[in-house]
Design a protein around this ligand. Structure first.
Ligand SMILES: N[C@@H](CCC(=O)N[C@@H](CS)C(=O)NCC(=O)O)C(=O)O
Length: 217
């Protein structure tokens, strides 16, 4: 018998949040293994041995240990295709992946924890400068995402149900909130974000209700 999947996660981790949403959308139960990024647990044994990249998420499933959130989403889509995260049409599927990558590859990496710590340590930046850096890159990336959201003909970005693109958009919008990004220039994204907020999979995956969230009891 296969064991229950294990997700190495941190409540506020954007990349882990993507995987939590995907697992919830697909109805996959898992055990939550907290990795405290603020205490540097990602940099030490035993976690460092699990992912030499020293980053979460890691999903252990089907006797494999998987990392990189979008690679994990792809694995889940192939092995557990229903409900689908991607549109059946290959062009639309590619467009949904491109939307997700525009956030996961172009926005998030330049404002994640290790980059911001480096800016602070090596370039003597104070918190206001760090926050302005993050806001700049998020807003620039969201402007392009907004154009795509405006043109959509479906309730969510690429379908009438949330999927791959929303798994990445929602964590980044949570992150945008932490840095105080003004979302008023992005009303179409705002509509999608509001629709996701009403969806149970997104509620289950939300940082505030994770076992390692400070308020969690
Ligand atoms: N491209 C990776 C990014 C993973 C990532 O940046 N994880 C962050 C948390 S959101 C992390 O573990 N950071 C640890 C650190 O910066 O030291 C993915 O999509 O999984």
């Amino acid at each position: 018998m296969m064991s229950t999947p294990k997700l190495y996660s941190y409540w506020r981790s954007t990349a882990s949040y993507r995987v939590r949403i995907a697992l919830a959308l697909k109805g996959i139960a898992y055990d939550y293994v907290p990795v405290n990024l603020l205490h540097g647990e990602q940099l030490e044994a035993p976690f460092k041995g699990i992912n030499p990249q020293a980053q979460i998420p890691v999903l252990q499933i089907d006797d494999a240990s998987l990392h990189q959130s979008l690679a994990i989403l792809d694995y889940l889509e192939v092995t557990r295709p229903a409900p689908a995260l991607l549109p059946a049409d290959p062009v639309q599927a590619s467009q949904a992946r491109a939307f997700a990558l525009s956030i996961a590859a172009d926005i998030h990496p330049i404002q994640n924890l290790r980059v911001l710590k480096y800016l602070k340590r090596e370039f003597d930046q104070e918190q206001p400068g760090i926050d302005a850096w993050a806001r700049h890159w998020i807003a620039l990336g969201f402007a392009a995402c907004e154009d795509i959201a405006i043109q959509r003909k479906t309730a969510f970005l690429f379908s009438d149900a949330p999927g791959y693109a929303e798994c990445v958009l929602i964590p980044q919008s949570y992150n945008a909130g932490r840095f105080g990004v003004d979302m008023t220039p992005f009303p179409a994204l705002g509509d999608v974000i509001a629709a996701c907020a009403d969806h149970s999979a997104f509620q289950i995956a939300h940082p505030d209700v994770q076992p390692d969230a400070p308020e969690a009891g």
